[in-house]
Design a protein around this ligand. Sequence first.
Ligand code: ATP
Ligand code: LTN
Length: 328
Amino acid sequence: MEKRILSGMKPSGELNIGGYGGALSQFVAMQEKADCYFFIPDLHAVTVWQDPRELRERSMEIAALYLAAGIDPKRSAVFFQSQVPAHAELGWLMETQTAVGELGRMTQYKEKADGRESVSSALFTYPAYMAADILLYQATHVPVGDDQKQHLELARNLAVRFNSRFKKNLFTIPEPIIAGIGSRIMGLDDPSKKMSKSNPNRSSSILLMDEPDDIRRKFAKAVTDSEGVVRCDWDRKPGISSLLEIYSVFSGMTIGDIESRYQGVGYGSFKEDLAEAVIAKLEPLQRSYREIAGSEELDRVLKDGALRAAEAAAATLKAVKEAMGFVV
Ligand code: ATP
Ligand code: LTN
């Protein structure tokens, strides 16, 4: 069977190296080997409050960053979720077969709802819509960070459920692809929490568009431990372990090689070299971003991507509606 890949990053804030390690760097590596759909899940961003002007700007920024990172629009469809109405339509149908109990167990929901006086019902039902994003394109593989494992499991369960309740082979059962290295990059200020776009503390994340001096300053201040030994140990040394993963993603070196290189050397020079490795990778990406952002070519790519996506999505949606008993 042909490989078909789908994934996306929400325009809920400025992209950071967490999303790059867990997702974006994988997208680029995979497009050679598969039919790819890389979308911007803007409908999902509004499950929490977004300022309308910022949402529009962030959405265009992410689209430009996809291309700047190396996604080739000739090979991959790049598009906004909100421009393909089939996402919302299949999302509704998914919701009808999803139990409230299943959604209540989702840890991302629990974390995002924690401490808020009121949350939108969309934040709760959103994993059923994420399943629709994936199943609409009959995706075989979905590259995501570690935090999305549970959502992928729900998408798989829903695919199996539809296939058994309505029609055999209606949906392809998608496999998650979770990178060995880079799938969990933690906040620089608190290594017990993942580096997140929605965190208002700007020094907890390295943004893809950060200036070199900001990157050096943020790494220098990153929370570590008092042992003074550069080694990977997620239970006892989550700060250093996460920095090692970042180093590995950005330098291509293995964790073992990095540990050997910094034997007997303090955290100071390890962090300085880490900053330089990240800057070296981000500089060309930022240069290319500046060329692409605001260009007519980007508008054309997005329009073409939405058309290609809508065509693929329409075929699945029609089959699902027929199987469920709608008059089509
Ligand atoms: P938010 O904080 O607003 O929920 P996010 O950064 O978690 O945003 P997305 O940008 O939608 O969410 O995530 C896009 C992809 O990047 C997902 O596959 C996610 O698993 C991955 N990702 C996000 N943050 C990290 C991280 N810190 N480490 C590894 N992968 C990550
Ligand atoms: N839920 C993801 C973003 C997302 C996604 C998807 C990822 C929405 N739909 C489909 C992969 C496939 C998140 O919160 N990071």
